[in-house]
Every structure is written in C-alpha cells, then in structure tokens.
Design a protein. Structure first.
Length: 365
C-alpha cells in the first residue's frame, strides 16, 4: 500500500499510537512534533495526507493551513484537537481543513477519515485503488496492540508529558574491549547509532552481547577504547533476558512496582490500562508464577509503556513470545523508532525492526 501520511502532533505518545495504527492499516507514515519539520517535509513534496494537531510548540497549525494549501493544493488536511469546541471546528473549516476530529477519538474514525482522503486523491488514478486502506470490516484485526478506546489514547497522551524525545541521541563505540574477570570477552568493537535507528547485536553464546548492553547501560566499565553515550540514567530502559519479575506477586503488583521504581510520575495512569494496552488485561490478580513464559515476557516488556524512555536496551527480547507476542513487540519497536527512539537489541532470532547489524565474534581465552 502506497498511501503516504504525515502526522504532526506535539504529543509524542499520541504520535506513536497514530503512526502505529496507520502503518498497520497499510500506510507509510512520518511523524513530527514541530511545524518547522512539517513545513520542510511538505516543501520536499512528502506526504499525500496530513493529520495534524492545532497547537504545536512553534505555532498554530490552523494559521499555516492556507500556506500549505497554496504549496500543496491537492493535500487533504485532517485536523485533530483536544479543544473540542465549536470555535475550533469553525476555524479549521474556515482555514480549509478537509476534516476535523475532536480528541479523544476512536482510531477507526481516524483510519476511516484517512481512507476517504486517500480515495479523494485517487479518484483521478485507478492505479491507486489498490493503495487504499483495508475496508472497515477488517479494521479490528489491524488496529495497534494498544487498542482504540479513548482510555488507551488518554494513556498515551499522559505518557507523552513524561519525556521529551525531540532531541538527537548518539551512541558510539570505538575500539571497545571488555573483560569478564580475567578473560577478554571482545575487542576492537566499532559501532555508531543515532535516534530513530535500531541495532541488532549478534554473536555466539559468550561472545559478549549481554556485556555490551550492560556497558552501554552504564552497569559495566569498558576495558579499552572509547564510548560516547548519554550519561543520564533516566534515558535508558534495560530489559535483560531474565524478566526480573517477583513470581509470588500478582501481575498488578509487579507492574506497579516497576512503575514506581522508574519514578516517572505514573500515579496518573492506571496499571490496569497499561496491561490492556499490552494485551494481557484480565490477568491483574493472577500470581506471576502462574503465567505462561510468553505472558511473563509481555509483562516484563510493559515497562517500556509504563515508563517511557528514549533508549531501549533489550537482551533476547523475543524469549518466550509466540508469534502474536513478537508482532506486538515489533509494532511497539517500530512506533518507538518512528518517534525518534533508539533501540539496541541482542538476539539469536532475527528482529524485523532493526536497521543495523553488529556481529560480535568473541575472543577465545
């Protein structure tokens, strides 16, 4: 499917959920949190449909619409706003918006609006008929894992206030080496990764994949070479191959512990809603020991939702996950990258969301 959609919203997590929904529906999506980036993309000819919030950090989008219409007269503009009042709707109409969606809205309504907008553009070209989003009868199967309810959209609006990811991150290693006790684990390792990218670390058991992740997280020192990384620990999520769950505690108790431990102001979000977003709702009172390995892994990975951080360090993230669980993680990872996040993952299984590969050969004693 070739429908190209641009999303503009200063709410990072809402950008993530919208990008994920439209991507799952078949669109190619780019998302930004600033009008300056939006205008640059439009000048470069990117996008066929624009989905935008009203108030952005660097201006009022409605006031930009006439300029957009002069530059891109064939581009339908869908305006969304939390200021759900008649005045905002009238302003959107007066400035030339194609459609107005008050927040919160159901994702199916947005997908339907984008679908109609693409049809509007494709009326003159029968070849674009195949590019349309799947019909509404199949929407439910293609919605993102976080769900389409207003409750779930509210979660992501709240989460977006926790952390600002509209900055560039660079993690770079040059001639890195690492020892475990007296044994040299790896040496002369070079890599560089920026925001919006994901790197898969591959290698045999004992080659140093976990050691590298722990070095980047700041848990282990380097033995040689240099490492450039953000020093602020609150930017990192490290999820090891062990789930770090308290087996005799319930699902709810485990999630509440991690939300509190990470200290990102999660008191305003219901852990039950977070579990619903992860697709394991209904298990809140179950002892973690009674969960399947896949359910335990999903619970461990909900930390990525409960306490959003831009840098994800994942050690064997697919452990225990079934195909649905792998799809769930892939969707989350792709949405995270779309929102300028950074991921480094060590895995024996191929990860479909990675953009870079790093092979560690290991060093024999």
């Amino acid at each position: 499917m070739e429908g190209n959609v641009i999303i503009a919203d200063d709410d990072r997590s809402l950008r993530m959920i919208l990008a994920q929904a439209l991507s799952r529906a078949g669109c190619k999506v780019r998302a930004t949190g600033t009008l300056s980036t939006l205008w640059r993309w439009l000048e470069d000819g990117e996008g066929e449909v624009l989905v935008t919030d009203v108030m952005m950090p660097d201006g009022d989008t409605l006031e930009l619409i006439p300029r957009i219409k002069r530059k891109r007269p064939d581009m339908p503009i869908i305006v969304m706003s939390a200021k759900n009042n008649l005045n905002t709707a009238m302003r959107a109409n007066q400035f030339g918006a194609y459609q107005y969606l008050p927040k919160p809205f159901d994702l199916k309504d947005l997908i339907s609006s984008v679908n109609t907008a693409i049809k509007l553009r494709s009326n003159a070209s029968p070849n674009l008929k195949n590019n349309l989003i799947k019909d509404d009868n199949h929407l439910e199967d293609n919605l993102p894992i976080v769900g389409s309810s207003p409750v779930m959209q509210n979660i992501y609006r709240i989460l977006s206030k926790v952390i600002d990811t509209d900055f560039n991150i660079l993690i770079e290693g040059k001639s890195l080496s690492s020892h475990r006790s007296a044994r040299l684990v790896f040496t002369d390792l070079d890599f560089s990764l920026q925001s919006g990218k994901a790197m898969m670390v591959r290698g045999a058991n004992g080659s140093g994949k976990t050691s590298l992740l722990r070095i980047i997280a700041g848990f282990l020192p380097i033995s040689g070479g240099s490492l450039k990384r953000p020093e602020t620990s609150s930017l990192y999520h490290y999820i090891g191959h062990q789930n770090a769950l308290k087996k005799q505690k319930t699902v709810m108790e485990n999630l509440s512990f991690w939300a509190t431990f990470h200290g990102n102001g999660m008191s305003s979000i219901s852990p039950a809603d977070i579990l619903q977003a992860a697709g394991i709702d209904g298990l809140v009172d179950m002892k973690t020991a009674a969960l399947s390995s896949g359910q335990q892994r999903r619970l461990a990975l909900t930390r990525l939702i409960a306490a959003p951080r831009p840098i994800w360090l994942l050690d064997e993230p697919l452990n225990g996950l079934d195909d649905n669980g792998k799809d769930w993680l892939t969707d989350m990872a792709q949405a995270h990258l779309e929102q300028n996040g950074l991921i480094i993952a060590a895995s024996h299984e191929q990860l479909s969301f990675t953009t870079h590969d790093l092979m560690i050969g290991g060093v024999k004693p």
